[in-house]
Design a protein around this ligand. Structure first.
Ligand SMILES: Cc1ncc(COP(=O)(O)O)c(C=O)c1O
Length: 411
């Protein structure tokens, strides 16, 4: 594809106007929306409104006057359509890790007589840490974590297994799981499934209700553009609500928090996953950020995400200076999320050299360069320019400058 074709793609892009809803620095090509989404203008405006007017002037009256107390439910209901979830099944709260803990405990408890949690070795490590921590609680008899390597997930499923815990999009390679197929395979053996949707929500069409998913967790700061450390969410299928018992039984998950009962009675629906006071500032910002999805068809979003990924892979393959970079993402876009990963022994330094040139990608140990494609604010032209800058970095070997090898705390 030549530059004219690329420009042409932008002129017919149905989402091209969305970029104007974001604050993006001039001349920056931001290919890291899979780590931290860009800031919607609506988010910036809400942060001012919440601090200046709500907190500043209304103070504690804001809990009722500004609906702060209802934010977890309101934001959950805004995320629900992005998950293909009917109302009453999604709640916004805590971090993905904490939510995973709550959901894991509940799901294991629901599976009387089974205690094995199966997951994949290349799952996001934090998810495995949470499951490992849980498996060590008490005498270590609450659950047993079994981590397998490679494919063949179905072979791991037998009648000792309580739970299958997987991440939809692999954080390094972007490889996708088939949620519908694996959920069905697990259900056929009486196994519940928890999906981590951190890299899918807001960028892939999801149909959790239709696919029969039991539980899911995901975060607010990647493709939902909720800002650094934005709160996360839980999806719990309605059919499970009556059986849930989650251990972080904080007052916000109580049926009547302000009755100050001596004993805990869980709220009836997905609200029982709440624990403590909601982070009003960050949840308000996430609430506002979600407005960018109004009138966005997730299939259209996916079509653009695929086009950006394919363009990137094609341009890399066509450029002789980029032969040293190895594509480790699936080549077929139907098997890939919205990111492309390239491996190189000097990946860290290459990433730093790119960042210096205002192309923002990220590095994942040991040798992976990740490029994320957020279709709401990226153009085909951005991809073209980014690949040409990458080619320049590789051809000039500028990345071998010692300054690019200094490893920072956050990579
Ligand atoms: C796939 C996945 N799961 C879980 C997490 C952990 O999320 P948190 O730090 O919000 O708990 C992340 C963080 O990036 C992630 O990418």
């Amino acid at each position: 594809m030549n530059y004219q074709d690329v420009l042409q793609q932008d002129t017919i892009d149905p989402l091209a106007g969305k970029r104007r809803e974001f604050v993006l620095p001039d001349n920056m090509i931001y290919l890291d929306g899979n780590s931290l989404g860009a800031m919607p203008i609506a988010a910036y405006e809400r942060s001012r409104q919440v601090t200046e007017q709500q907190w500043g002037l209304n103070l504690i009256k804001g809990w009722n006057a500004d609906d702060w107390i209802d934010l977890p439910t309101m934001v959950g209901e805004k995320i629900a359509p992005l998950l293909g979830a009917a109302p009453g099944q999604v709640i916004c709260c805590d971090s993905t890790s904490v939510n995973l803990f709550k959901v894991l405990c509940s799901a294991v408890e629901m599976q009387q007589g089974r205690s094995v949690v199966v997951s994949q070795k290349d799952n996001f490590p934090a998810d495995l840490y949470i499951a490992e921590g849980l498996s060590q609680l008490g005498q270590g008899d609450f659950c047993e974590l079994k981590v397998f390597e490679g494919s063949g997930i179905e072979d791991q499923l037998d009648d000792t297994v309580a739970l299958l815990m997987l991440t939809h999009v692999n954080f390094r390679t972007g490889k996708l799981h088939d949620i519908r197929k694996l959920t069905k395979a697990a259900h056929d053996k009486g196994i519940l499934v928890i999906w981590d949707l951190a890299h899918s929500t807001g960028v892939l069409p999801l149909s959790l209700d239709e696919w029969g998913v039991d539980f899911a967790v995901g975060c607010g700061y990647k493709y939902l553009n909720g800002g650094p450390g934005a709160p996360a969410f839980i999806y719990a299928a309605e059919r499970h609500h009556a059986s849930i018992r989650q251990p972080l039984s904080g007052w916000m998950g109580h049926r009547a928090p302000f009755a100050f009962d001596e004993n805990y009675t869980a709220a009836p629906g997905v609200q029982q996953f709440l624990c403590g006071t909601p982070p009003v500032l960050s949840m308000s910002v996430l609430d506002a950020s979600l407005s960018v999805f109004e009138n966005v068809d997730m299939q259209v979003l996916r079509t653009k995400s695929v086009a950006l990924g394919e363009l990137f892979i094609q341009l890399i393959a066509d450029n002789d200076s980029l032969g040293e970079l190895t594509l480790i993402s699936p080549k077929k876009s139907s098997e890939r999320g919205s990111q492309v990963a390239l491996a190189h022994p000097e990946a860290y330094s290459i990433c730093q050299a790119l960042i210096e040139r205002n192309v923002i990608a990220d590095f994942r140990t040991p040798d992976v360069l990740r490029f994320g494609f957020a279709p709401l604010y990226l153009s085909h032209q951005d991809i073209w320019k980014a690949v040409h800058i990458l080619a320049d970095v590789m051809a000039s070997k500028i990345y071998s400058d010692e300054k690019f090898s200094r490893v920072q705390k956050v990579t």
